[in-house]
Design a protein around this ligand. Structure first.
Ligand code: IVH
Length: 674
């Protein structure tokens, strides 16, 4: 195989794994294996830079900064939608279009989709390759943001993404979607951003817009943007199905990310029911929506109804009641975080927002309060979105009566009384006392939390109680607790004590990356912990690393490196590490891989094709994975075996041409002693 062919194959393979991970949420290889493929591609491309193409996965890291965005003309107007606010508006819409239908009595069916509160993007594919991405602009002319869109991991560079797919897209295809900032990433992203002194983004939508408007696409690449695609704008030479529901299925078939929350409704009554159900559910999903879009399923019919201004008649946006409310800011309390940061928290006059009573909201930091000029006693606008903590958008200054008071920066820690310090180079104020009991409560809380060691049966109050009773002086002390200690605590009976001890004991099996996360080093959350251990192999190797070693790791910047070094340089932290080691926690990643390596199909890659005599392909796939192997969609020189049944086609021919061994079901069963 030539280097060019090798590069092409690797790119397809990597793009396929990005799709499995980011679109299907069902990866078939480990992060470490993915990294190995990626590194191999980087090395080959370094040898032959002239072979780098814009659709290479390596280009998802961003390209040369632009001077300005070019303008692009859309192939068809990028329309918007008329709004409805309740069931009566919906019926009025239906009555209006009824008069235009060929038969006013005809039964219509609908597709109801979440109305994503992001940024419209228009994506062009030529011969299945992503060639251009644009903003909506004024609907006729948008801005060319191709470089930025390429960095979105779930955006297909080539369609169909799955090499096993038999779909062929039209040679020219333009689709429409919405790029957005996932809610679970928004809060943390904003906090990290403010830690560098930058202003917080007001909401996820602004964060998405700000991220896509960067002239330097490496900045976009570092943001966790994603997208859902929902429409065809233009195509030439090829067929697109006539109903909206089939169109969504087709987009998914090509490998585009499509919202899993779209639904089919056979009549207007079920549309109204779906809308009502979504008013309740809107806060349970990981992206912000401001309504539901109702579309007539029969697209040629819908299109034949024409427009009113820029709004097509065949669809309507049913907006949700506002998630922003005004209320009084009663007080600002100081919250001590696990790293000692003193964070201002708003105490509000309770207000109902989207079905939940909100009493507290985050105020981020004292600079932010000063910047927005928020005062105690102010009427403030509070916003709630998803599971993120409600936040204050700003004061309604016009409603002031002069009794409002400025928010004071704390001079001392409210828990231990030690003086508060200003963290150098950051906006945060912190309690610098390592023995502060409140910080310890927060550290233990984090140590046992789902994000870290995920200790079962460790209740919310347990940490504070254990610390108060003098049983826990640092996070490692939870491993020295015994039954008698616990039974002496208020509210602890035998069953509760045993459950807690079982949860603590089980947490010793957690992998090293969780142990590292649980240490609570600043900026070392689960993602960074994974990067560090992938590169270094163990917590001990990390403890021995210097600034240069750390900065050489992809994804680790100088600031994070300094925090890691400072943490490991501290005697007390070293002592905690030794206690955790003595308790038997995992410090190295190797242990997990050795367990996998002992399995019969370890390190083997299978492709499954055709009809097997006694089991489905899904069953065979599950068996491969249970025995430590992996299954991929396409045959390559790296495939260990092709498991082939009746009617095996192209994959069989490919395996034979590459010399990949072909086995049948019987041989496969022998391999796994089935
Ligand atoms: S359909 C003619 N579907 O909402 C078709 N729009 O207020 C018009 N939006 O500008 C768009 N999710 O940016 C459609 N599933 C969805 C949508 C959606 C979000 C946005 C879109 C549009 C705005 C209309």
């Amino acid at each position: 195989m030539t280097i060019n062919e090798q590069i092409t194959q690797l790119r397809d393979e990597i793009n396929y794994h990005l799709y499995r991970y980011h679109v299907l949420d069902a990866p078939v290889i480990s992060d470490a294996e993915y990294d190995a493929l990626y590194r191999e591609l980087v090395e080959l491309e370094q040898q032959r830079p002239e072979l780098i193409t814009p659709d290479s996965p390596t280009q998802r890291a961003g390209a040369e900064p632009l001077g300005a965005f070019e303008k692009v003309t859309h192939p068809a107007p990028i329309l918007s939608l008329a709004n409805a606010f309740n069931a009566a508006d919906l019926r009025a819409w239906h009555a209006r279009i009824g008069r235009l239908l060929p038969d006013p009595e005809m039964n219509l069916d609908y597709v109801v989709e979440p109305k994503l509160d992001g940024l419209t993007v228009v994506l062009t594919y030529r011969d299945g390759r992503f060639t251009q991405g644009a903003t909506r602009g004024n609907g006729q002319i948008g801005e060319n943001i191709t470089q930025n869109l390429r960095t979105i991991r779930g955006l297909p560079q080539r369609i169909p993404v799955d090499p096993a797919s038999d779909l062929t897209p039209p040679p020219y295809l333009v689709v429409r979607g919405e790029a957005f900032f996932p809610l679970d990433k928004f809060e943390a992203f904003n906090l990290a951003r403010m830690a560098t002194g930058a202003a917080a983004y007001m909401n996820p939508r602004n964060a998405a817009a700000g991220s896509l408007r960067q002239l330097d696409s490496t900045i976009t690449a570092a943001r966790p943007l994603t997208l859902f695609v929902y429409d065809f704008i233009a195509w030439e030479g090829g067929d697109i199905p006539p109903t909206q529901w089939e169109r969504l299925a087709r987009l998914r078939g090509y490998g585009f990310p499509v919202s899993p929350d779209n639904q089919q409704c056979p009549d207007l009554g079920s549309v109204a029911a779906a809308y009502n159900a979504w008013i309740e559910k809107r806060n349970q999903i990981n992206y912000e929506i401001d309504g539901m879009v109702v579309k007539i399923n029969d697209r040629p019919l819908a299109d034949s109804l024409g427009f009113v201004g820029k709004d097509p008649r065949g669809a309507i946006a049913m907006k949700f009641p506002a998630q922003e409310k005004t209320t009084k800011l009663l007080d600002v309390q100081v919250n001590v975080g696990r790293t000692g940061i003193l964070a201002p928290t708003a105490v509000l006059e309770p207000v109902e927002i989207g079905g939940v009573i909100v009493r507290n909201a985050t105020l981020h930091n004292y600079d932010e309060i000063a910047r927005k000029d928020i005062r105690i006693g102010d009427t403030v606008v509070v916003k709630r979105a998803g599971d993120v903590i409600p936040y204050i958008i700003g004061p309604v200054a016009a409603l002031r009566d002069g009794s409002e008071r400025a928010v004071e920066r704390p001079s001392h820690c409210p828990a231990c009384g030690e003086p508060a310090i200003q963290i150098e180079g950051e906006v945060a104020i912190a309690c610098d006392n390592p023995a502060c009991p409140e910080q310890l409560v927060r550290r233990v809380e984090y140590f046992v939390s789902r994000a870290a060691l995920d200790v079962d049966n460790f209740g919310a109050q347990t940490g504070a109680l254990l610390i108060e009773q003098g049983l826990v002086h640092d996070i490692a002390d939870i491993y020295t607790l015994n039954r008698d200690d616990l039974l002496a605590l208020e509210g602890f009976k035998e069953k509760k004590a045993d459950n807690l001890l079982a949860g603590i004991a089980a947490s010793k099996q957690q992998p090293a990356d969780r142990v590292l996360t649980a240490l609570g080093i600043r900026y070392v959350g689960s993602v960074v912990a994974g990067l560090l251990l992938n590169a270094l192999g163990s917590i001990d190797a990390l403890a021995a690393a210097n600034q240069e070693d750390l900065e050489a790791i992809e994804g680790i910047g100088p600031g994070t490196a300094v925090h890691i070094l400072t943490w490991f340089a501290n005697e007390k932290n070293r002592a905690i590490l030794e206690k955790l080691r003595a308790a038997g926690l995992n410090f190295a990643v190797a242990e997990r891989e050795t367990a996998v390596a002992a399995q019969p199909l370890a390190r083997l890659t299978f492709v499954i094709t055709g009809t097997l005599p006694t089991m489905s392909r899904d069953k065979a796939k599950a068996l491969v994975e249970q025995h430590g192997g992996k299954v991929t969609g396409a045959v390559s020189k790296k495939t260990s075996y092709l498991l082939a049944g009746e009617k095996a086609g192209g994959k069989l021919a490919k395996a034979q041409s590459l010399g990949v061994p072909v086995i049948d079901e019987a041989a496969f069963k022998t391999m796994i002693n089935f």
